[in-house]
Design a protein around this ligand. Structure first.
Ligand SMILES: Cc1cc2nc3c(=O)[nH]c(=O)nc-3n(C[C@H](O)[C@H](O)[C@H](O)COP(=O)(O)O)c2cc1C
Length: 199
């Protein structure tokens, strides 16, 4: 039987975790980036399709290119972040199925995708977004701060970073160590009753 994580761990993942509004100079080591991927990859996806693909943007040239296709308010944020990850959905995810799914199940999944129009796109978006969320929580579990961003030109990002592939950008997320002095006041969340009901 598993036990709940300690209250401090729940704080770090959710209750006191904040979206930053500035970064410290503390660098993000390669080891941390690999650890981050190796933790998030275990999050579940439908039929284990794992459709998210990641571009880890950290070079000055990469940051400038990404900033050039972001909405103006997000440009300085990308330039200042130690790392910004482009999270994309691979519409060609069926090509990696043989590695990810038991051989006897591959024809079933491929058949399902073929039979239902739009299912490839919806599976890629749903499961790719989940993987992006796992990335945020994995980062918080490792003590990093995360700044997700959807204010950018998807077509521009796809042109500059995913040309010649079937990958479509979903959202961006910057990672590093937050300047805690800079954060905005915390906004409230909906209560249980406001957000849902029993049935
Ligand atoms: C999918 C997504 C897109 C976002 N897009 C932007 C953005 O384009 N620019 C920005 O500055 N913040 C962006 N944010 C940050 C949110 O505004 C922030 O996470 C939210 O207000 C919660 O803040 P808190 O974690 O400090 O409570 C985005 C967050 C998410 C999850």
């Amino acid at each position: 039987m598993k036990i709940a994580l300690a209250p401090e761990a729940l704080d770090q993942l959710f209750r006191t975790a904040r979206t930053p509004n500035g970064w410290t100079d503390t660098p993000l080591e390669d080891e941390m980036i690999y650890q981050l991927y190796d933790l998030m990859k275990w999050g579940p996806t439908a039929s284990n399709t794992c459709p998210a693909r990641f571009v880890w943007v950290r070079s000055p040239e990469g940051k400038s290119l990404l900033a050039s296709v972001a909405m103006p308010p997000n440009r300085p944020k990308i330039l200042a972040a130690p790392l910004t990850v482009i999270i994309g959905n691979d519409l060609g995810f069926s090509e990696t199925l043989p590695k990810l799914v038991a051989p006897e199940r591959v024809p079933m999944v491929l058949g399902m995708l073929k039979a239902h129009e739009g299912m490839t796109e919806s599976m890629a978006m749903r499961n790719g977004s989940l993987q992006g969320a796992y990335l945020i929580l994995a980062a918080r579990a490792l003590g990093l701060d995360c700044w997700p961003m959807s204010g950018f030109d998807n077509a521009g990002v796809d042109r500059e970073f995913f040309a010649g592939t079937q990958i479509q950008s979903n959202f961006l997320c910057s990672f590093g160590y937050a300047d805690t002095q800079a954060v905005h006041p915390r906004s409230p969340r909906l209560t249980f009753a406001e957000a849902g009901r029993f049935a």
